[in-house]
Design a protein around this ligand. Structure first.
Ligand code: FAD
Length: 264
């Protein structure tokens, strides 16, 4: 990789690209700087030189366009992986979608984010509620031994519009095989009927009590720890509903039982 000692980013390259749903959902795997470290749930800033001259290989960071992306891979993997939505009229994601194997991408040297399991007291049930690509932040937690040492059970809820958008199901099936009854996966689509799950929004499922029933675990602030990630409509409404049930974010060094990350 090129020398970027005095720059806040490194230059990496795409080693794999996967289209999950054409024109909509995709993932990219990149090379990784050996000094880039992160905890499951954290995110990186990816940069592209939109509109810059192609031979300007290492421009000032302020000339690049940056967007946040959660790491999907395990912290000790050789490569980094990001799962992305193509926002049709977006500034960044259409160009990210166009990248091919061998193309360069800039990655900020700093990692960010507090959506990590250390935010919660030990024990009880970890609820991971995501919509769309919000799933990304939770994937590295599922195969992290620490998650299973800290919590008795893990419930992964993934909300999408369509059934075809349920991504990373092989990885999720592997977690199910490994952890059996300690792990519950609830794929919920809002625009299509699924044979096993209701066609509803998470917030409605929380209000009706159906989410607790489907998961087979109560939504009890004594034993539940909630993470919400994705669409701000869902995170804002779910945070309010969970607040009414007694869940709280951590404050001033006190551990909470609710942590939220909005993707926009
Ligand atoms: C902490 C954090 C982590 C993030 N992690 C991811 C990730 O892992 N994967 C990912 O795809 N995006 C992620 N995002 C969103 C990402 O940073 C960009 O906003 C997204 O790629 C769109 O950029 P854009 O320039 O194409 O769109 P912009 O021109 O910036 O348009 C923004 C609009 O795009 C839409 N939008 C933004 N993000 C999404 C999304 N994820 N799904 C659906 N619609 C969206 C919203 O309508 C938003 O108002 C994250 C954002 C934050 C703040």
């Amino acid at each position: 990789m090129s020398e970027t000692k005095d720059l806040p980013y490194t230059v990496q390259s795409i080693v794999e690209k996967k289209i999950w749903v054409p024109g909509k959902l995709f993932s990219v795997k990149t090379t990784r700087d050996p000094d880039f470290n992160f905890k499951p749930g954290q995110y990186a800033r990816l940069g592209l030189g939109l509109g810059l001259d192609e031979d300007e290989a290492m421009p000032p960071a302020s000339d690049l366009t940056w967007r946040a992306f959660s790491m999907v891979n395990q912290p000790d993997d050789e490569h980094l992986e990001f799962f992305a939505t193509l926002v049709p009229d977006g500034l960044f994601s259409p160009s990210l979608y166009e990248l091919e194997v061998g193309d360069s991408i800039y990655i900020d040297k700093t990692t960010f984010g507090f959506l990590t399991i250390e935010q919660f007291p030990q024990g009880g049930t970890l609820w991971l509620i995501s919509t769309g690509t919000g799933l990304s932040a939770f994937l590295p937690m599922l195969n992290d031994e620490k998650t299973w040492q800290l919590f008795d059970n893990v419930i992964l809820c993934h909300g999408t519009r369509l059934i075809e958008e349920f991504a990373y199901t092989d990885l999720i099936d592997g977690v199910k095989e490994r952890y059996g009854k300690r792990f519950v996966y609830l794929p919920i689509s809002t625009r299509e009927t699924h044979k096993d799950y209701p066609q509803k929004r998470f917030t409605d499922l929380i209000v009706s009590g159906e989410l607790a029933e489907l998961a087979g675990h109560p939504m009890d602030p004594e034993v539940g720890r909630f993470m919400l990630c994705g669409n701000p409509g869902m995170t804002t409404e779910a945070r309010k509903l969970l607040g009414e049930l007694g869940f709280k974010s951590g404050r001033r060094g006190n551990l909470g039982n609710l942590a939220v990350e909005k993707y926009w």
